[in-house]
Design a protein around this ligand. Structure first.
Ligand code: IPM
Ligand code: MG
Length: 356
């Protein structure tokens, strides 16, 4: 098949991990005879430096013209002045919003070879396989903001249609898995959460009676995620709760560097990025973990291009690399020599070529 892919490396370790993901894409196109046309564009701090905007219009055009967008990470100390008018993160939020990507899928799986990398006891990690569906274009991220002398306001807004569509997305996915949906909110305090719960109950009762729905307050969820993580199947939650809970959940997999994500809207076009940030402290050193970005390629192949066999092959190739002990610093056992970013990329490329 032919597909156009927009590539937005961004800042910090973004270009390094995206570099490895591009190599994996090249092997996929070679091996299965696809033609992927890659177009690079600027986002985040790199875009601010070049154009003054965190999401230049050309970048949005490139993204709109593409079948899928691959993104690295944005941000860094250089652009961190809290009083700055433009911030790298605005570029990321703006592209999610502009492309209507309201559903952010963050799968959390534990590779048995990486149990040592998690701070949790290994027996808690057995059987962990969950998917967090994070609402991505609403809530306090996008509500009105105000700074007025000694006061600051962030408005958290959700509407019925916004909740309906994300719950439907999550429930449809749950239907294809273990049919368990946990809706996470703070309905004992927040009005938006009470609306969220009401809508969720209705949609699930009317449209997904075969999926078992439960509700969990976000503070309790933060606790249960480390107390009994294997019990979760699909979690659906609002924007900021999903942001926070997935950083926590990444520790089940051993590292932030292991979790990919897919951001989807109504059509096939999606944006694919690791859940981690630009890690300025290790940028340029060649030691970042590229697996989350490579696994994001698998999600891209699956969700935007419909290439399920290729997606599985990429996932299997990452598993082979990890099984071989190719562990970057975030995954390595202390005292043993960690793999570099390119060594990890090499291992995936090699396993994919061999037909993992
Ligand atoms: C994420 C990141 C972003 C978010 C930041 C960089 C704006 O933390 O994708 O999880 O909060 O959505
Ligand atoms: Mg985050």
């Amino acid at each position: 098949m032919r597909a156009a892919i927009a590539v937005l490396p961004g800042d910090g370790i973004g270009p390094e991990v995206v570099g490895e993901a591009k190599r994996v894409l090249a092997v996929v196109s070679e091996k299965w005879g696809h033609t992927f046309t890659l177009r690079e564009a600027l986002i985040g701090g790199a875009a601010i430096d070049a154009t003054g905007s965190a999401l230049p219009p050309e970048t949005l055009e490139v993204a709109r013209a593409a079948d899928a967008v691959l993104l690295g990470a944005v941000g860094g100390p250089k652009w961190d002045d809290p009083r700055a008018k433009v911030r790298p993160e605005q570029g990321l939020l703006a592209i999610r919003k502009a492309l209507g990507l309201y559903a952010n899928l963050r799968p959390v799986a534990v590779n048995p070879k990486l149990l040592h990398a998690s701070p949790l006891r290994p027996e808690l990690l057995v059987g962990v396989d969950m998917l967090v569906v994070r609402e991505l274009t609403g809530g306090s991220y996008f509500g009105d903001k105000l700074r007025d002398g000694d006061r600051a306001v962030d408005t958290c807004v959700y509407t019925v249609p916004e909740v309906e569509r994300i719950v439907r997305t999550a429930a449809r996915i749950a239907r294809g898995r273990r049919k368990k949906l946990t809706s996470v909110d703070k309905a004992n305090v927040l009005e938006t959460s009470r609306l969220w719960r009401e809508v969720t109950v209705r949609v699930m009762k009317d449209e997904f009676p075969d999926v078992v729905l439960s509700h969990m307050l976000v503070d309790a969820c933060a606790m249960h995620l480390i107390r009994r993580p294997a019990d979760f199947d699909v979690i659906v939650t609002e924007n900021m709760f999903g942001d926070i809970l997935t950083d926590e959940a990444s520790m089940l997999a051993g590292s932030m560097g292991m979790l990919p994500s897919a951001s989807l809207g109504e059509g096939k076009r999606g944006l694919y990025e690791p859940i981690h940030g630009s890690a300025p402290d290790i940028a340029g050193k060649g030691i970042a973990n590229p697996y989350a970005t490579i696994l994001s390629i698998a999600l891209l192949l699956r969700h935007s291009l419909g290439l399920e066999a290729e997606a599985r092959a990429v996932e299997a190739a990452v598993a082979v690399a990890i099984d071989r002990g190719i562990w970057t610093a975030d995954l390595a056992i202390s005292g043993s020599a960690p793999a570099s970013t390119t060594t990890a990329g090499d291992a995936v490329v090699d396993a994919l070529r061999r037909g993992a």
